[in-house]
Write a protein that binds this ligand. Structure first.
Ligand SMILES: Cc1cc2nc3c(=O)[nH]c(=O)nc-3n(C[C@H](O)[C@H](O)[C@H](O)COP(=O)(O)OP(=O)(O)OC[C@H]3O[C@@H](n4cnc5c(N)ncnc54)[C@H](O)[C@@H]3O)c2cc1C
Length: 389
């Protein structure tokens, strides 16, 4: 079986290269308008690309150093849910600015008393005439402080069984009654927030799908979240891959420590398995199938893998690995610079900020987007058909 990508003459490859000649330094809007931000989305937002086209376009973008606009929650999981269940007016209003990262999105799901057991959420949305009045508290809301909109789950029928009385809304983050408080994580970075909703009024046009049918849409969002969070790259698609690590070590002339070599090979093998599994999830997504339990299988493996890559990287750095040079700002600077790795002569293999940040952040991989234990429960019940716990 040939698992390589089609070569130079493949139409999607040539089309992208030609487009790049016409748009040598593409802006987020140009990428969004051309359908290159989410090629597998239906037209006019994407290109309706099949799995091979999608992967070829990804490959071409990587080679050309073209970065997609950054709006992880918007593009990764709010967008697909709006395509699945939004009205035409909602798609028209939200999708293009979302793709161009002109409007950043956040996810108002988790609450202090509802994380893994998300359906136990207690934020209420009560009807007042045409409008909904929302009160409650959300937590761990990544990017709330920079977001224009949030996808919000709220209880609209407290008397219904817990999975039945939830509705799904778009919440403007500048609505009166919203208070956002920062949470600084152990990397020193501020991504998370607490969000308090105090009688926030939402119009009927902000409801997505049917009243009390929000749980089925939450499942669409969470499925896409698992796919998105298990993208290429050890830190939920950001940061380096095991292949990048091997390339750095190779450029540095190799490693003499046999144990470290074995660990490096082990993470490389895992990385390859995950890459091949990704082809499956991408194919399912572009063939229009909602992500299924295989997304949980891949996420469960990818999260442990991400932690292993960062641990090997840290251990390869030797004593330098103990030095922490700071939070996210340093990471951005480190990414922009070209690492000049060396190993056996004692100089750092790569900018320690990147790996220090990655090593600390990797703890989050087995919590966010569904914990390692919950992913395994899903696999046990839906893949292995074991009785529920
Ligand atoms: C980096 C990061 C970003 C995040 N961003 C967002 C965001 O933008 N928006 C948002 O809404 N949320 C976000 N979250 C929150 C995330 O979804 C929750 O942390 C996650 O769902 C777990 O919920 P919890 O923290 O309440 O832990 P709990 O659910 O309280 O779990 C505590 C422990 O109990 C275990 N456990 C719970 N239930 C079971 C079970 N049934 N079987 C076995 N073990 C179980 C868990 O595995 C865990 O070890 C983010 C989290 C992280 C780490």
């Amino acid at each position: 079986m040939d698992l390589g990508l089609p070569g130079e003459r493949y139409p999607a490859r040539r089309a992208f290269r030609q487009w790049l000649v016409e748009h040598p330094d593409p802006t987020p809007h140009q990428l969004a308008d051309a359908g290159y931000v989410a090629p597998h989305w239906p037209r006019p937002w994407g290109l309706g690309a099949d799995p091979v086209d999608q992967l070829v376009i990804d490959d071409e973008m990587r080679r050309a150093g073209v970065r997609r606009p950054s709006n992880q929650i918007g593009i990764g999981w709010a967008g697909p849910t709006l395509i699945h269940a939004g009205t035409e007016a909602q798609k028209e209003r939200y999708l293009r600015p979302l793709l161009a990262a002109e409007e950043i999105w956040c996810q108002l799901f988790s609450e202090p008393g509802a994380g893994s057991d998300l359906a136990g959420l207690s934020t209420r949305a009560e009807r007042d005439g045409e409008e909904w009045v929302v009160s409650g508290q959300k937590v761990w809301t990544s990017f709330a402080h920079v977001a224009s909109f949030g996808i919000l789950l709220a209880r609209t029928d407290p008397d219904a069984p817990k999975h039945k009385g939830i509705s799904y809304f778009v919440c403007p983050m500048d609505a009166p009654g919203i208070t956002i408080r920062p949470i600084v994580d152990m990397t020193g970075d501020h991504v998370f927030n607490e969000v308090f909703l105090d009688e926030v009024r939402l119009g009927p046009d902000l409801l997505v799908g049917e009243v009390n049918n929000g749980w089925s849409l939450a499942k669409v969002t969470l499925g896409n979240e698992r796919v998105s969070l298990s993208a290429e790259g050890a830190l939920w698609g950001q940061g380096p891959t095991a292949q990048d690590l091997v390339a750095l070590v190779r450029r540095a002339g190799g490693i003499s420590d046999r144990l470290l070599r074995q660990r490096l090979v082990a993470v490389w093998v895992e990385g390859e398995i995950l890459r091949l599994m990704r082809l499956r999830t991408v194919s399912a997504a572009v063939l229009g199938r909602e992500p299924g339990p295989e997304a949980s299988v891949r996420k469960a493996l990818a999260d442990d893998h991400g932690q292993s890559v960062m641990e090997v990287a840290k251990d390869l750095s030797g004593a330098h690995g103990l030095i922490d040079t700071g939070p996210f700002e340093s990471l951005v600077a480190a990414r922009a610079s070209t690492p000049s790795p060396t190993v056996d002569d004692g100089t750092p293999l790569w900018p320690s900020a990147l790996w220090s940040y990655g090593y600390l952040f990797a703890r989050a991989l087995t919590i966010g987007g569904g914990t390692a234990e919950v992913q395994r429960d899903i696999i046990a019940e839906r893949v292995l058909a074991l009785p529920s716990s």
